[in-house]
Design a protein around this ligand. Structure first.
Ligand SMILES: C[S@@+](CC[C@H](N)C(=O)[O-])C[C@H]1O[C@@H](n2cnc3c(N)ncnc32)[C@H](O)[C@@H]1O
Length: 436
């Protein structure tokens, strides 16, 4: 029997915020329990509440005497689901209230029905206005207004004194769906003709790229030739990697943090004549996705479960001409796509991540041929994971030379900010190994 979707949404949000689980792990199994017609609304409620969490928490606070704690926390998230519907969806208020309150039964919190109903109705009567926000300390007020954790707002203010508000606003947007045309099958122009014939509205990133933005997201099975490997889903920022790595015929290539294989496959699509591709990831379970993507696209690579920081455990001793290091990172460039990152990531994680990136860079460097190129990439907007990381590595490594990505740039690497040309936030830097 189909489940109450508000109850499922409250459970998913509880799992993310209180239990530290990612929405990508929680939501797919829940979607299968929901009637087809309700799936869109379930996703909207989960993503929407996580995008607006501090603001919704603030809305509730004024109308509840005692915060719901312990076993009642799932009821707290149900209230947020209720308020989100009133503020941001077209669900009529009476339906939002009835359905939200009736979700108490499957959540086994029927004793909270009165409280939840009261909070929703009070909220509807006196929608919170901005003046309440100013009653809070500056940090809390900023968190409520910008819907991000205070530690992250401070970091972004320091790193981008001119652009911090625009960056936070970009993180609140819904990301577009981007396609990557497999140019082994069709030119971009040919695939665009197929999209037009299928009535799928789209626009191209620019003439030099295979990235196509869809005006509205569609089910992948509606895309011409998706199962045949003619096209993949990949943000346009992630699609920059293959071009920047610029593999040549005969190259031995390593992708050392490869899962789920988006960039591995793009490199193979673009450079059919490379000698070999080795795709490593520390999480064996995620390598299944690499294999699936390779199979769908009819490509091949040597796929190995291994730690990029300890290559002696898996490396066969043959040097690489090109290395892609798409490093484990804070993911702060893809918050618009994964709003749960705002609540899963903690300030103290950044130091551990930069230490891990440093260790991988240092240990993987010896696998690169003199004259070879390492492309360092993250989906982060934090300078400590990006330009500062690369600068430090180049300073400490005598045979490492940073090469600017565009000719006239003096920047260390290329920082793409979220929503720049509708792309995700990303960072790339090219480091070349000098010959003696
Ligand atoms: C940003 S994702 C890579 C995305 C991938 N390059 C793509 O385009 O589809 C980072 C990956 O690094 C992997 N990872 C984290 N620590 C690692 C390590 N020490 N060695 C190898 N892989 C690692 C994670 O499991 C994750 O799959």
């Amino acid at each position: 029997m189909a489940q109450n979707l508000r109850a499922v949404a409250a459970r998913c949000i509880y799992a993310v915020v209180d239990k530290g689980r990612s929405l990508a792990d929680e939501l797919p199994s829940q979607l299968s329990k929901i009637a087809e017609k309700d799936k869109g609304l379930l996703q909207e409620l989960c993503y929407g509440v996580l995008r607006h969490l501090p603001e919704l928490e603030h809305d509730v606070r004024d109308f509840i005497k005692k915060p719901l704690t312990g076993k009642q926390r799932v009821g707290h998230f149900l209230m947020l689901v209720g308020i989100y519907q009133v503020k941001y969806t077209r669900v009529p208020d009476h339906a939002a209230f009835n359905e939200t309150v009736s979700a108490c039964k499957p959540l086994k919190c029927e004793h909270l029905k009165g409280v939840i109903n009261g909070v929703l109705r009070n909220f509807q009567r006196q929608q919170t206005n901005a003046s309440h926000v100013t009653n809070n300390s500056k940090n809390i007020a900023d968190a409520i207004v910008y819907n991000h954790p205070s530690w992250f707002i401070k970091k972004i203010q320091t790193a981008y004194p001119e652009q911090w508000q625009a960056l936070l606003a970009a993180n609140m947007q819904r990301p577009p769906m981007w396609l990557r045309v497999n140019q082994r099958h069709h030119s971009v122009e040919q695939y665009i003709a197929l999209l037009t014939a299928a009535d799928i509205e789209h626009q191209r990133l620019d003439e030099s790229s295979g990235a196509i933005q869809l005006t509205h997201a569609v089910d992948v099975n509606k895309l011409p030739g998706f199962q045949l490997g003619w096209v993949s889903i990949q943000d346009a920022a992630a699609q920059q990697a293959a071009g920047l790595l610029n593999c040549q015929a005969g190259d031995n290539v390593l992708d050392c943090c490869a899962a789920p294989g988006g960039k591995t496959c793009h490199i193979l699509e673009q450079c059919p004549d490379i000698k070999a591709m080795t795709a490593i990831d520390i999480e064996a379970s995620r390598l299944t996705r690499v294999e699936e993507n390779l199979n769908r696209l009819n490509l091949s690579a040597q796929v190995i479960a291994g730690n990029a920081a300890t290559p002696q455990q898996w490396w066969n001793g043959e040097l690489f001409d090109r290395i892609l290091l798409d490093a484990p990172c804070s993911g702060t460039g893809v918050i618009r796509r994964h709003p749960d990152i705002k609540w899963l990531r903690k300030a103290q994680d950044i130091e551990a991540l930069t230490a891990l990136q440093q260790e991988i860079l240092k240990n993987i460097w010896s696998l690169l041929k003199p004259g070879g190129t390492l492309l360092y990439a993250t989906c982060s907007v934090l300078p400590e994971e990006n330009s500062e990381q690369v600068q430090r590595f180049v300073n400490e490594t005598p045979d490492a030379k940073h090469v600017a990505i565009s000719e006239n740039s003096t920047d260390i690497g290329w920082q793409i900010l979220p929503n720049m040309a509708a792309m995700d936030g990303f960072y790339y830097a090219k480091i070349v190994k000098t010959t003696a």
